[in-house]
Every structure is written in C-alpha cells, then in structure tokens.
Write a protein that binds this ligand. Sequence first.
Ligand code: ZN
Length: 155
Amino acid sequence: MVRRSVTRSIRCYHCGHRFGVSGKTESTQCPQCNQRVVVGDIVVKSLLPVKAVQTCGHIKVMRKGSVIAQDVHAGDGLEVQGSLEGNVVCGGNVTIGRYAKWRGDCAAKTVSIADGARIAGGRFRVPQSLEQSLPTPKSASDEASDESAEKPAEA
Ligand SMILES: [Zn+2]
C-alpha cells in the first residue's frame, strides 16, 4: 500500500495567496487570510441555491444539477451539463454541455460550448488567468507608477 501525499499548489480564492497543500486535502485554511478554502472537487447533482460555490479543484454540474449562486469559483475546471446561474471564475477549462443552460459572467482560461447549449446571458472573458480574476496578494501590491510620460517615438 502506497501512501502518497502529493503537494499541490493552490491559490486562495479569497485573497489570492498561493500556498501548497497535500494532494489528499479536501479543504484547508488559508495561512494568509485565515478563511476556509475548499480544495476538493465538487459534483452538483441537484438544485444548489447558495451564495457561492468555490473550490480550488473542479466543479461538475450534472445533467439534473442546478447551481444558482452569486459566485462560482473553480480553480481547475468547470463542467456544466445541467444549469448554472452565477458569475464564474475558472482557472482552467469551462465546458458547457449540449443540454446545459447558462446565465452569468464567465472568466476562464478556455471555454468549450457544445451544440445545443443555451447561453441566456453573461459577459465572457476568455482567456482570463486567475491572476487577473483574483485579488492581488498584499505583498505584491505596487502602485503602477507610470511617471514615464509618453516618450517621443524615435524611428
Ligand atoms: Zn486567503
């Protein structure tokens, strides 16, 4: 019997802090903002009316599943075969299946939409990296000081 604890690098969806967890971890606490961070995959099989569905892993909405949330964060990827309503931030691929119903914004690395999928509305930003979608960690805060006013372009 082999016991492995794969270290995985995740990014806190609350504050943007990046840290490592063991591969078996389902949820943890962010060392930076102390909030709970879900790491494991989420499978939605029925109606899920919540404020937020967030994980650093993968979210799958089954054909009979339905997500009605304000914020949806899927660090690794999102697959929708049922219906989804919410503002999605995804660090990987978003797959919208042929029977899927979608309403809401989507920021993802890539998106694939099957024939037959219904998109009722939303603003898609693709590709969008997690870095752009998540708050910047405080340590890396730099005021973009562009005092270099426009230099005359020299030919
Ligand atoms: Zn955090």
